[in-house]
Ligand binder design. Structure first.
Ligand SMILES: *Cc1c(COP(=O)(O)O)cnc(C)c1O
Length: 393
């Protein structure tokens, strides 16, 4: 019997760091609510990434919600949001009854196209409107053109939030993703490069980062006023990370660099073995950046003899997990009523079955596949995946 190969699954440290942090929490009875692991995890992460402050939360989605509140997004405000992403990026905009405008990607990075972002600003300036925030993503660990995006945001004096949920450890010119914008967020969900069994973190990089972090802490712990009784002047949330969860996160942070090395190895293994196949292309990487290669994603060109679905089904028959590229937000029924600024003119349908159009994000979605990129994969596993792929050509 062949073993199941996962797309990406939890991978605890070889040394057992996570368990020793959890044991310490048990021994001191700091099971909940707070404890040393939570505050130390924040300090260790902020120091590693070079963020001014960090707040550990129950999920990356919660961190996005808190970042939006920190920049003052409220009812009716516009937020320019990357279109090609996981829905968790965009949902918190709706939690605040704000209005997303979806911005298409470029082919160079698969992330928000700075030229399209500029177009969106011009379009809305002409209507006398300006967004309250820009929400950019580093998909699959690929670094967006973040300096240019940040520059555009600065010129309009609009704060930038970076969704670095998938790019923890990715650097651009030596600087970590999540520290370019006023706020950054990371995720420790089960399939991310490191996991705390579920959780997230907000990174604050503003001059008043410490005060903003304190405010987020207040909102995320039920907005309790400093009074003897339970006193509330604002709506609160129950978003704080638990001390046990933070213990797993601390242990995982110790092996982050090791996991990145393995993810990068997986990417280069696939590239070497499959790169020559007709019509296959690999996710692009900026020269100035060093990607964490969270997932290896490929593109099958228009004339390619193999279709993405054929490839996914063939892998499934061999008990190997793979996945399509994220389906863009403007193609999701739940966001159908919102504006979308495309990087391509004259959109047409390219795949009626998948509901994909000819926007850059739509095409990446229609032609893409994420190959299994589990850090526990051996060379034998990688070889097995490559053989299935090669058999289709
Ligand atoms: C995983 C993910 C999130 C959400 O993080 P959770 O911790 O699962 O809430 C947000 N954005 C992107 C791009 C993600 O991949």
């Amino acid at each position: 019997m062949k073993e199941h190969i996962f797309l990406a699954s939890p991978h605890m440290s070889e040394e057992g760091y996570e368990l020793s942090y959890i044991k310490e929490a048990f021994d001191t009875n700091w099971i909940a609510p707070l404890g040393k692991n939570v505050t130390e995890f924040e300090k260790e992460m902020a120091a590693k990434l070079g963020a001014k402050a960090a707040v550990a939360l129950s999920a990356g989605t919660a961190a996005i919600h808190m970042a939006l509140k920190a920049v003052g997004v409220g009812q009716g405000d516009l937020v320019f949001c990357q279109d090609l992403t996981f829905s968790a990026t965009a949902n918190p905009i709706l939690y605040e009854k704000a209005v997303p405008v979806f911005i298409d990607s470029d082919r160079k990075t698969w992330n928000m196209d700075p030229g399209t972002l500029r177009l969106a600003f011009e379009k809305y300036e002409a209507l006398g409107k300006r967004p309250k925030a820009v929400l950019a993503v580093h998909l699959y660990g690929l670094c967006a053109q973040i300096e240019e995006i940040a520059g555009i945001c600065r010129s309009y004096q609009v704060p930038l939030i970076e969704d670095a949920a998938e790019s923890l450890g990715t650097t651009c010119k030596g600087r970590y993703t999540g520290t370019f914008g006023e706020y950054g967020i990371i995720s420790f969900n089960g399939n991310k490069i490191i996991t705390s069994s579920g959780g997230g973190m907000l990174l604050a990089n503003t001059p008043d980062a410490k005060e903003k972090a304190a405010k987020v802490l207040y909102w995320s712990t039920q907005a309790r006023e400093p009074a003897r009784w339970y006193q509330h002047t604002e709506i609160g949330y129950n978003y704080r990370m638990s001390n046990i969860v933070a213990g797993i996160g601390r242990g995982q942070l110790k092996v982050l660099d090791r996991r990145i090395e393995k993810k990068r190895y997986i990417f280069s293994y696939y590239q070497e073995r499959l790169g020559h196949l007709e019509g296959i292309g690999f996710m692009p990487m900026r020269e100035e950046a060093r990607s964490n290669c969270w997932l290896t994603a490929i593109q099958l060109a228009e004339g390619c003899p193999v279709k993405p679905l054929d490839l996914m089904l063939a892998l499934e028959r061999d008990d190997v997990e793979s996945r399509p590229i994220w389906k863009p937000m403007h193609l999701q029924p739940v966001f159908a009523g919102y504006d979308f600024v495309s990087s391509e003119k004259g959109l047409r349908i390219v795949d009626p079955d998948m509901g994909a159009d000819s926007s850059v994000g739509g095409q990446l979605f229609a032609r893409g596949v994420c190959l299994p990129s589990d850090t526990k994969m051996s060379d034998t596993d990688l070889d097995r995946v490559c053989k299935v792929v090669q058999s289709l050509w």
